[in-house]
Design a protein around this ligand. Sequence first.
Ligand code: TYM
Length: 330
Amino acid sequence: MSEKKRIFSGIQPSGDLTLGSYMGAIKNWVALQDEYECLFCIVDMHAITVRQVPADLRRRSLSQLAQYIACGLDPEKNIMFIQSHVPQHAELGWVLGCYTQFGELSRMTQFKDKSAKHADNITSGLFTYPVLMAADILLYQADLVPVGEDQKQHVELCRDIAQRFNYVHGDTFTLPEPFIPKMGARIMSLGEPTNKMSKSDPDGCVFLMDKPEDIMRKFKRAVTDCDTEVRFDPKEKPGISNLLSIYCTATGKTLEQAQEEFAGQGYGVFKPAVGEAVVELLRPIREEAERLMKDKAYLEGIYQEGAQRAQYVANKTLRKVYKKVGFVAK
Ligand code: TYM
């Protein structure tokens, strides 16, 4: 690998890719791919922390790769791979778990939310999930981790774990920084604009592969307020503010420009306009992903080569770590 700084990021194939993950993460991956050495992962091992239908998980993992490419990630430039193909993630995860406190993991908001949602199946995998995420990042000595707002706490924990390991064993891991966009870092549900847009809430969520008519229907139904003014004010007007963020992220316009554009026009004009902007944003992505999904051999070539290149880097870190903790060399 070259002297460029390095990026690692990933998305769980626990559901289809959403507009939230595009605006919070993938859009920045595309923007940063020339400047950084990038690894983009399909984190299937994270996905099984809640129960999955195996055939769906397999289908979504492949489709996620097709969508990554369709969003503009260049497979020639970036290493794209599937997490379970690189066993070093699990291996480093074990070691890092021995440098992570129970109390730290108990404070993770995602764990609290997910364990409340899946109260009948709170596995130890769900609890130690942030340790595996730290391993993902630290294995590649990543400098930057482009994610949405909700992952900031996990990246901070990753830094704490790295710092602790470095303190005990000497300089081993690069300390990663989260990279969170100014606009689009937290896209909210269209149905309940005080909740994050999430793949587990299909009504409030737009998927990258949604058909134009479905996208339009979801935006026309989006919950707003009983006022008529298109104004950015997340506390008083969460629905409209969310639609404005989506509109600006989709079109590249500033909030001022968008507010001016819709001044004096009711929500009946604004909501379909946001829908249309998203339809136009997603149309080429969906069409290209559908085309790529027909070429399984091409996708297979990319993830196989990706795993090989990722393993090369991952192995170097893991060997160093094993030596530092006192394991006998093979
Ligand atoms: P995941 O799969 O839930 O989400 C993937 C990425 O999309 C962002 N995101 C959003 N951004 C804005 N608005 C939303 N509504 C929204 N929903 C999702 C997330 O912040 C994330 O960047 N733990 C991670 C996956 C992961 C990872 C990693 C990420 C595993 N290992 C290493 C970075 C580095 C997760 O569950 O993301």
